[in-house]
Design a protein around this ligand. Structure first.
Ligand SMILES: Nc1ncnc2c1ncn2[C@@H]1O[C@@H]2COP(=O)(O)O[C@H]2[C@H]1O
Length: 508
């Protein structure tokens, strides 16, 4: 097990973080609670048991931390490196301090002074880590944030209540109106009354309700001043946070879905290299695309091209995706959620579309219908729905490569139009002629292009043979000239030889 390394991305690690919330919160609440002597003494065995159980969990947590480390997001599996990193970090120092067996101080201060264990509070970074992780995973982030803030508020008031009780004890219970009343009075003697009264007193100060007796001694004044400062500086900001969470909860639609487009997702993806973007797009969106009948038989390369063209959008309950009569610029593929095709009265539902269905194709596919390129129906989101939109240009581009999908889309569109009595039959027939002419034109264009290519090739060939010919002629001319020169020289020599021969004969 020495080689055992735990990945912080593992679910088991996440669960462990949850578990660690318990001992950390326990220490944060109980250590100070024992300022109430009655509570500390009456439940001493319980506190001691829980104390040492929490210590055991602290030890286990330290061992676990020793076996996990991400270096720039990459899990380090080299145990020596892991250990070195942890043992030299500030975190280790804090963890070590929180594990110091300060309990031996019980021998000095007595068993009812759990404040000797105050070093256990140093594990707070682990609590923050656990809460941060939970916040990113929860489906109810706002509820979670409010609960977290309420927890902070509770701990703050709790600590203040305990300190108030301790101060009252120090000054003397019932010595004046400000301190906790005399505990020999049966009304204020019980543990519950002591705690609840102090908690109420503390809440009054922090919420600056001001319904507390006036302090009479310097210590009391100082306590009140410190509390009021905390109330203004700390408490107000915590309460303000609750306010902003509630506001964001109310304006959730505006905050989370500005312009109904998840711009950030796209922005982030745009920063990535094309290959990586395609990979991510394929792994995230392919399950949705494979549910769409028209794209089921597409080759992978085409789907890869398609995913890059999809824009994710979110619609909130009751929101209209498109309205009848609008000019269509894109079609939609449903990733999650349900949408209804509704009549103009907004109540009658003609059909309900769900994950894997698509809509909005009629107005962008040039299917001849009585409403031209305008939307033929209203589409309204029933709950929250995740859809992909695909622009007219991108769809045309993709369909030009995949005629089967085009036929399927057109067929579905025609069926809907027939059902609604909106198919323009005459235009459809006329469409046939137009299609034929278009096909002929395309063919002619293709031929023209081919001819142009051939002509260009011929010109190139002509030019090259021309220059070759020219070079050959030049070479021949040069050879001829050199031969003529040779012959001239040869003739002269022969003549000279002849002359010489004649001379010799004469002499003989
Ligand atoms: N009865 C119906 N059943 C399913 N979908 C429909 C129905 N009527 C219209 N639609 C879709 O709603 C879309 C509205 O915009 P479009 O006209 O572009 O394309 C339309 C179709 O995709």
């Amino acid at each position: 097990w020495k080689e055992w390394v735990i990945d912080p991305a593992d679910h088991s690690y996440y669960i462990w973080l949850h578990v660690m919330i318990v001992p950390i919160l326990y220490n944060w609440v109980i250590i100070i609670l024992t300022c109430f002597k009655a509570i500390a003494v009456s439940y001493l065995p319980v506190w001691l048991t829980l104390d040492y159980m929490s210590d055991l969990m602290y030890y286990a947590d330290t061992i676990l931390t020793l076996h996990t480390y991400l270096d720039q997001g990459i899990l380090i599996k080299n145990l020596t490196r892991l250990r070195k990193r942890y043992l030299t970090s500030k975190r280790f120092l804090i963890d070590l301090l929180s594990l110091l067996p300060t309990d031996f101080l019980y021998f000095v201060f007595g068993i009812e002074t759990p404040m000797v264990r105050v070093n256990r509070l140093l594990r707070i970074p682990r609590l923050n880590e656990a809460l941060d992780r939970m916040e990113t995973r929860t489906s109810y982030p706002n509820t979670f944030r409010i609960t977290k803030l309420m927890m902070y508020i509770f701990v703050l008031i709790h600590w203040n209540a305990c300190l108030y009780f301790s101060l009252s004890d120090y000054i003397g219970f019932g010595m004046d109106r400000w301190v906790y009343p005399n505990i020999s009075n049966p009304t204020f003697a019980t543990m519950q009354r002591q705690y609840v009264y102090c908690f109420w007193f503390s809440t009054n100060i922090f919420t600056t309700i001001g319904d507390t007796p006036l302090p009479e001694r310097e210590e009391e004044f100082l306590f009140m001043i410190a509390d009021l400062l905390i109330a203004v500086l700390v408490f107000a900001s915590i309460v303000g946070n609750v306010g902003s969470v509630i506001t964001s909860l109310r304006d959730r639609d505006n905050v989370f879905f500005p312009n109904h487009e998840m711009m950030r997702e796209n922005e982030i993806l745009l920063q990535l290299p094309l290959h990586m973007r395609t990979e991510i797009g394929v792994s995230v969106h392919l399950p949705t695309l494979s549910k769409v009948t028209i794209f089921q038989n597409c080759e992978k390369s085409l789907l890869e091209e398609l995913v890059l063209k999809l824009t994710p959008q979110v619609f909130s309950p009751g929101e209209y995706v498109c309205r009848k009569g609008d000019v269509g610029h894109e079609m939609y593929i449903i990733k999650e959620g349900k949408l209804a095709v509704v009549a103009d009265d907004g109540v009658t539902e003609f059909a309900v579309l769900s994950a894997g269905n698509f809509f909005g194709e009629i107005s962008i596919l040039n299917i001849r219908n009585k409403s031209g390129n305008r939307r033929t129906a209203n589409i309204r989101s029933i709950g929250y729905s995740d859809v992909f939109s695909l622009s007219k240009e991108d769809l045309t581009d993709v369909l030009s490569q995949f005629p089967a999908a085009k036929r399927h889309l057109e067929e579905k569109g025609r069926q809907i139009l027939v059902k609604m009595g909106m198919l323009d039959e005459s235009a459809e027939e006329g469409d046939g002629d137009a299609d034929q002419i278009e096909t002929k034109l395309t063919k002619l264009e293709d031929h023209l292009e081919l001819m142009q290519t051939k002509l260009a090739r011929l010109m190139v060939e002509l030019e090259s043979s021309n220059s070759k010919m020219q070079a050959r002629v030049e070479r021949l001319e040069w050879e001829l000239a050199s031969q003529e020169a040779d012959m001239l020289v040869y003739g002269e020599i022969e003549e000279m030889t002849k002359k010489r021969g004649e001379g010799v004969g004469e002499e003989v």
